[in-house]
Design a protein around this ligand. Structure first.
Ligand SMILES: N[C@@H](CCC(=O)N[C@@H](CS)C(=O)NCC(=O)O)C(=O)O
Ligand code: FES
Length: 122
């Protein structure tokens, strides 16, 4: 699922908020994560187990990761990881995502995004 935003994150002239917005509109599932974080792994596994591709942005691997966390704070009210976006919308952290999945609401959100992208492509 890799695309140009992964390599340009943190390097471009645009603000972190703009780069985050671009990433979440380009990818149906985006997980802002840290490689050392087992909550983040748990969140990734929820999507992996549903066979849903996700884009992981590992903030501890980015030079400006801390600025991205500040931007995520502005956008979501928390600078913790994971911060998870589906279909361009913030859905929460690991606990929220797990709850949505248990309620059967997560996969429909992903499918809405797939349908939207399919229509855009036609
Ligand atoms: N209930 C939240 C917990 C989030 C949380 O506490 N994240 C910790 C790591 S597990 C964090 O981001 N700490 C600050 C940091 O890494 O900058 C969730 O499920 O996402
Ligand atoms: S579970 Fe410890 S850093 Fe996320």
């Amino acid at each position: 699922m890799g695309n140009h935003t992964s390599s340009s994150l943190g390097k471009s002239e645009t603000t972190p908020v703009n780069q985050i917005q671009e990433t979440i509109s380009d990818n149906c599932v985006v997980i802002f994560s840290k490689t050392s974080c087992s909550y983040c792994t748990m969140a990734k596994n929820i999507f992996r187990d549903m066979n849903v591709n996700y884009k992981a942005v590992e903030l501890d691997m980015l030079e400006y990761g801390s600025q991205f966390q500040d931007a995520l704070y502005k956008m979501t009210g928390e600078r913790t990881v994971p911060r998870i976006f589906v279909n361009g919308t913030f859905i929460g952290g690991a606990t929220d995502t797990h709850r949505l999945h248990k309620e059967g609401k997560l996969l429909p959100l992903v499918h809405q995004c797939y349908l939207k992208k399919k229509r855009e492509f036609q």
